[in-house]
Design a protein around this ligand. Sequence first.
Ligand SMILES: Nc1ncnc2c1ncn2[C@@H]1O[C@H](COP(=O)(O)OP(=O)(O)O)[C@@H](O)[C@H]1O
Ligand code: SF4
Ligand SMILES: [Mg+2]
Length: 336
Amino acid sequence: MTGPGSAAPGTVLAVRGLDVAFRVGRGRRARTVRAVTDADLDLRAGRLTALVGESGCGKSVLTEALTGLLPGTASIRGSALLTPPERSDPVELLTAPESVLRDRVRGRLVGLVPQSAATHFTPTRTVGAQLRETLARLGATATVADLLDRAALPRHVAALHPHELSGGQAQRAGLAAALAGDPPVLLADEPTAGLDRPLVDHVTTLLAGLAAEGRAVLLITHDLRAARAVADDVAVMYASRLVETGPADDVFAAPWHPYTAGLLGALPDAGFTPVPGHPPELSALPDGCAFAPRCPVSGDCSGDPVPVRRGGRSVSCHPPTAPALPAAARSGAGSR
Ligand SMILES: Nc1ncnc2c1ncn2[C@@H]1O[C@H](COP(=O)(O)OP(=O)(O)O)[C@@H](O)[C@H]1O
Ligand code: SF4
Ligand SMILES: [Mg+2]
């Protein structure tokens, strides 16, 4: 991942300065929910990027903004340039008309495995019939059996109705549907939620395999252990901002942001120490660093954290006072 000026090599989807806000309530109770703030993210061919962060920090809204699935009440700014390899002209996802998103993007260039994938199937028809219909709508040459194979589902699942699927099968059926148009970008929103550990490992390994075949895969999860196991790149989201991004091995080995360090400290092998406190309401974000009330290294951190980018990594912290930042990063304060 790189700064906003230059996309990393192999970038298929470059998100820059993405802001999403909702106006909610009426009259004196009206307020603005800032769900995504100034997000920069590169999704690269052949790599799995894990988007991690506590519940409610804006992960799903970010994904929905990229696929044009947010309600009309959302105000969206920024850029998300999709440059599919050898497929078609680039598409600016945030301003593309709905007809372009429907006919060219969703399912064909960007596959989405939505949160609660099972609920996106019609309950009264078999999985096989619905996958066949999706293939026909996309004009795809693959068969239902191909899709089931790609999603590591046994063939007999085609004859089942959605309510007959186990949790793991339902997630993989959602994945099979998202793969129907063989999209170069795959966005999977919490595909492991509610699954036990062996199934989590199965689904994430499957996604890593789909990335290894050349797709750009975004795995959205609050399961840092799963992310650490399979991610090539990681983006850590806190209270609507991507506070740290970079190659997963580097970030997990030596996190620069105190929140990333806190998430890692909550893993079983690090002693199960949760980050104390709770994230702020996105309708009442404080000035300056939103993590300050929970930050163990908070010092003189007044003002907005300064984004620092070095060696394919980025962190949004307060460089002069954050011990979590190595000296090399601190000396690059503000560089973009
Ligand atoms: N349609 C909407 N209208 C108003 N607020 C919304 C809407 N969708 C999501 N939000 C708010 O945006 C914030 C981020 O939500 P979400 O992206 O679903 O979080 P996550 O996926 O990280 O758990 C939450 O505060 C949520 O209530
Ligand atoms: S800016 Fe300060 S309070 Fe915020 S995460 Fe960095 S060190 Fe902690
Ligand atoms: Mg979500």
